[in-house]
Design a protein around this ligand. Structure first.
Ligand code: SF4
Length: 371
């Protein structure tokens, strides 16, 4: 009867050129990667490597380190060599650190042309040295450090200004035959940021690094990033993402990973589906969901676990889950694929779920399923 059909998948990925950031491909058909940035002084090699190890364990695929001083530049060779994931050197102000980072074997260098005086004069040399070393460059334009000429032209950091700045810098590299580039055009306003990336996506084929800059504390930053990245990624725009939070960088990686999993751009790991609770609930669903999440965290299998507040609707509502619990009368009905397999006292729910999850995980291991 003319009911419009709704596509079951997101838009096709934008066609972008593929670049190689160390061992991680970015752009083309490479999966969208998650990156973060260390908060340590880069010159403190031990602390920086420790934080990189924590980030790597949390699923971070590329890490960026700030290089504001010569001491930081001096630390790069050891950090680049010992990091388990590709290291990008983040350079503002000083072109000489760009050369130091390339020499140090960093997987890529991020430059913010708006912050580097006489950057245009240095492009030829950077293009030559980076080209010879096979080191890609991220041109990272930020609303807060836009080229004064563009600020004067547009009055403020509009999407058009951000895009013009990025493409202008790209053109300087292109003049020297250098195209090993990815771009970011960050803004703290998701609406401006989304529009900037849309325009940029339409005007070049460089891979795009998505970011909402100064996104804020964890709650606000998570929402801003999820909304902005969600809008762009669902249109096929974005090749690597960095969630910026005023929180430990491991949190950024968790949020970034969840965004990709939510959009089906990465196979889901452990997923807790808990009911919102309602007047029928016979258990504290929020507390139980937290306990179950804590108990199952770290399981490396794509497991969907349902925590439901009542036995009336619980198993039926959670039929799609691999495993779940529905509570009522001080007991928990444990179900697998919607079928009740055991009934246990409320105090045993968490351990029984962990037990059942282990069994399913073992079976998945045997079947070769990994997250
Ligand atoms: Fe309400 Fe039960 Fe549904 Fe939870 S599972 S929302 S308690 S009806």
């Amino acid at each position: 009867l003319g009911i419009p059909s709704v596509p079951a998948k997101l838009a096709d990925r934008r066609v972008s050129r593929k670049i190689q950031v160390g061992s991680v491909a970015v752009g083309g058909d490479a999966p969208v990667s998650v990156q973060s940035m260390t908060t340590t002084r880069t010159s403190d090699i031990g602390a920086t490597l420790q934080q990189i190890a924590e980030l790597t364990a949390s699923g971070c695929q590329i890490v960026r380190v700030a290089v504001p001083t010569q001491d930081d530049a001096d630390a790069l060779p050891v950090i680049a060599r010992k990091s388990g994931i590709p290291v990008i050197a983040d350079i503002h102000f000083q072109p000489k650190y760009v050369f130091a980072a390339i020499d140090a074997g960093c997987a890529a260098v991020r430059v913010n042309p708006g912050n580097i005086k006489k950057f245009d004069d240095k492009v030829a040399e950077i293009a030559r040295v980076a080209g010879e070393a096979g080191t890609p460059i991220r041109i990272g334009v930020n609303a807060g450090s836009l080229d004064p000429r563009l600020l004067a032209k547009y009055g403020r950091a509009t999407p058009e200004a951000l895009v013009e700045s990025a493409l202008w810098e790209c053109s300087l590299f292109e003049e020297h035959g250098f195209r090993d580039i990815k771009i970011s055009v960050k803004h703290n306003d998701p609406v401006i940021m989304v529009n900037a990336y849309r325009q940029l996506a339409a005007r070049c084929d460089y891979p795009l690094h998505l970011g909402v800059t100064e996104a804020g504390p964890a709650f606000q930053g998570t929402i801003k990033s999820a909304v902005a990245f969600g809008a762009l990624l669902s249109e096929g725009i974005g090749d690597t993402i960095r969630v910026s939070l005023s929180a430990p960088p491991v949190e950024e990686v968790k949020v970034g990973t969840q965004i990709l999993e939510s959009l089906g751009l990465r196979q889901r790991g452990l997923e807790i589906v808990s009911c919102p609770s309602c007047g029928r609930a016979q258990v504290d669903v929020y507390k139980l969901a937290e306990e179950v999440t804590e108990g199952l965290t770290g399981m490396d299998v794509p497991l969907r676990v349902a925590v439901m507040g009542c036995v009336v609707n619980g198993p039926g509502e959670a039929r799609e889950a691999d495993l779940g619990v529905a509570s009522g009368n001080g007991k928990g009905q444990i179900f697998v694929k919607g079928e009740v397999v055991r009934t246990v006292p409320e105090s045993k729910i968490v351990e029984t779920l962990i037990d059942e999850a282990m069994k399913i995980a073992e079976q998945m291991e045997k079947d070769g399923v990994h997250s």
